[in-house]
Structure formats: structure tokens, C-alpha cells
Design a binder for this molecule. Structure first.
Ligand SMILES: Nc1ncnc2c1ncn2[C@@H]1O[C@H](COP(=O)(O)OP(=O)(O)OP(=O)(O)O)[C@@H](O)[C@H]1O
Ligand code: SF4
Ligand SMILES: [Mg+2]
Length: 324
């Protein structure tokens, strides 16, 4: 565990829905190395956010049935009660959401919101609060922090709101930051600024970052490691260099081929078909309805996630010796 800040083992999540009990995550396992930037990619509905919310222990227990282990700093935090978790949340692990407007309190100024975090976690003397707020806003490169801290969220641009969210996430110097689609709602130029900021902060604060995205250019730009998810499963995981040079899973190959950089004859490649609904998952390999390499055994059996070489895992019969 020494090199790893987080270890997720056999995370299974089921949800009670109008269509009955549906499986959302199936045996999701991965390890995140300290001080690295770990990307989770996959199309809509693959279970990225549910994985993030499980790590924060934020899933509603009435709707979701969760099992497995989530080891953070040698503790299985999935077994923590609300009180134990509230000590960790924000202080050791922080989360940044896609739409800051829903995560920020509309009737509190930026200063009041950041001060509240410091007060709740008893992390600063009263007469130092304002300085700490100014300091953290400077860290996330907010121009004129003294003026901006007195504003309400609706008085800020989208980019500034996301910087404020990041300031709130880092103010207690967490060891792990989970950023769930942190730039999707922003203009392209602001997206790059926010991504570079996250990368610089991770270096400066020696903190690990998990970035959730459906955008492979984000992965290429700032991640060290990447994990591909599909219908609640891990399909592939490896270093980012390995991924772009030597991805193996047909889904990963399709994802890369469908990025704008890989246009062929002026046309985008698209992965065929559509993502099945959670309650209509195919038998066998979950990608078999869209795979251009599908074989007979793929529609009967589901491949295991296997480790092919050090630090490269893939779930596909093309790479396993299992017989149908
Ligand atoms: N509250 C809920 N009740 C029932 N099912 C849910 C609930 N929240 C999410 N799901 C289902 O869980 C699956 C995984 O959802 P999740 O939000 O983790 O996907 P995602 O990979 O984050 O997708 P996106 O890219 O759209 O954010 C989806 O099929 C979704 O419909
Ligand atoms: S197991 Fe079969 S269907 Fe699934 S990705 Fe591999 S080749 Fe395609
Ligand atoms: Mg999501």
C-alpha cells in the first residue's frame, strides 16, 4: 500500500429503481499511486460518478447497496459511519463537481463559504480567517482576491466559480482530490487554464488527483494513468503513454479513433451502436453489441479483467486464454 493513496477492491453497487434492482458497478478494482494524476474515462452512464461518490461515501444508502473495500490511508473508509467520514471529507479527500453553481451556496459570499470550511474543521484562528481565504484564492490564481471574496457565486463567471470550487477543495490541503468533469461546462480556453491549475496544484501540494472525464484530450494533457470504464466495469487500465502507444481493448481503440485528431477522410470515426441501458446489459462481454472484433464466446461469457504485463490490465477475450 506504501506507494498507493487509494485502493478500491471489488466495489459493487446496486440501485433500487423503478425497473427493480439494477447493477451499477461490478467488481470495480483499482489502485491510485500517490501524487499522480489518475484519469477515469468512459461514455455517459459507465459509472464514473458513482465510483467517485462511493469513494466519498456519499451514496444514499436507501437507494444504493454497496459492497467491497475502499482503502484510504490504510483505513477501509466504506465501513466508516457519517461522523468518521465527515472528518475525512474535505480534509483528506475533496471533490470538485462539474457545475459549481449547484455546489456553491448562492446566499453566501466566497469569503463566508471558504471561512465556513476552515471553522468547521477548526483549522485556523478567527483573526487569521480572512488572510487564509486570500491566500487560497491567490493559489488558484483568482485575480483581485480581496474584491472577489466579497462576491456571491452569481456575480462570478463560470471559470471563476470553478476556481472558487478548487480553492474550497484545497483549502484544507487534502491528500486526494476527485474532480468529476471539472471543465466540461467551460469554454475551451478556460478549460485548459483550469486543467493546468489542477496539474500545478497537484505538484505544489503533493496531492493525488483523480480526474473523471469523457474527453481523451484531458487524459493526454494531464494524466499519468488512465482507467477506461464501460457499463460499470473496468475494461482497461495502464499508464497514459502506454495507452496512446499500445491500447488493447477494442473499446479503447474506438474511443481514440473517434477523437477529432483522428479524423479520416474528413470524417469522424464513431463507435457503432449505442450504449445499452443498465437494465438491458447484454449477456457475455458487455461491449459485444458494439465491438468490431466480436467472437462467438463473447456473447456467452464475460471476460475477466487480466493483468497482461506490469501495470496494464485489460478485459477482453482477444488477450486471454480462457476457452468458451
Ligand atoms: N440515483 C440513481 N438511481 C438509479 N440509478 C442511477 C442513479 N444515479 C445513477 N444511476 C445509474 O448508474 C449508472 C452510472 O451512472 P454514473 O452517473 O456513474 O455515470 P457516469 O459515467 O458518471 O456518466 P456521465 O458521463 O453521464 O456523468 C447510470 O446508468 C445511471 O443511470
Ligand atoms: S471480449 Fe469480444 S466482444 Fe468483448 S471487447 Fe473483446 S473481442 Fe470485443
Ligand atoms: Mg458523471
Amino acid at each position: 500500500m506504501e506507494n498507493y493513496i487509494l485502493e478500491v477492491n471489488n466495489l459493487n453497487v446496486k440501485a433500487n429503481t423503478l425497473n427493480g434492482i439494477v447493477e451499477i458497478l461490478d467488481n470495480v478494482s483499482f489502485k491510485v499511486e500517490k501524487s499522480k494524476i489518475f484519469g477515469i474515462v468512459g461514455e455517459s452512464g459507465s459509472g464514473k460518478s458513482i465510483t467517485a461518490l462511493s469513494i466519498m461515501n456519499l451514496l444514499n444508502k436507501d437507494t444504493f447497496n454497496i459492497s467491497g473495500d475502499i482503502i484510504f490511508n490504510n483505513n477501509n473508509i466504506l465501513s466508516f459511519n457519517d461522523k468518521e467520514m465527515s472528518h475525512i471529507r474535505g480534509k483528506d479527500i475533496a471533490i470538485i463537481f462539474q457545475e459549481p453553481m449547484t455546489a456553491l451556496n448562492p446566499i453566501m459570499t466566497v469569503r463566508e463559504q471558504i471561512e465556513e470550511i476552515l471553522i468547521i474543521h477548526n483549522s485556523c484562528k478567527r483573526d487569521e480567517l480572512k488572510n487564509r481565504v486570500e491566500e487560497v484564492l491567490k493559489k488558484v490564481r483568482v485575480p483581485n482576491p480581496k474584491e472577489i471574496m466579497e462576491r456571491y457565486p452569481f456575480q462570478l463567471s463560470g471559470g471563476l466559480r470553478q476556481r472558487v470550487m478548487i480553492a474550497m477543495a484545497i483549502v484544507l490541503k487534502p491528500k486526494l482530490i476527485i474532480a468529476d468533469e471539472p471543465t466540461t461546462a467551460l469554454d475551451v480556453t478556460i478549460q485548459m487554464e483550469i486543467l493546468n491549475l489542477l496539474k500545478d496544484l497537484s505538484n505544489e501540494l503533493q496531492c493525488t488527483v483523480i480526474i473523471i472525464t469523457h474527453d481523451l484530450s484531458v487524459v493526454a494533457e494531464i494524466c499519468d494513468e488512465v482507467m477506461v470504464m464501460y457499463l460499470g466495469r473496468v475494461l482497461e487500465q495502464c499508464s497514459v503513454i502506454e495507452f496512446f502507444d499500445n491500447k488493447l481493448h477494442p473499446y479503447s481503440i474506438g474511443l481514440i479513433d473517434s477523437t477529432p485528431d483522428n479524423m479520416k477522410d474528413n470524417r469522424f470515426f464513431n463507435i457503432e451502436g449505442y450504449i445499452p441501458k443498465v437494465y438491458e446489459k447484454p449477456i457475455g462481454c458487455k461491449f459485444n453489441t458494439r465491438c468490431n472484433k466480436v467472437m462467438e464466446r463473447c456473447i456467452k461469457l464475460e471476460p475477466e479483467l487480466i493483468t497482461l504485463k506490469e501495470n496494464h490490465r485489460v478485459r477482453c477475450f482477444l488477450y486471454s486464454k480462457e476457452e468458451a
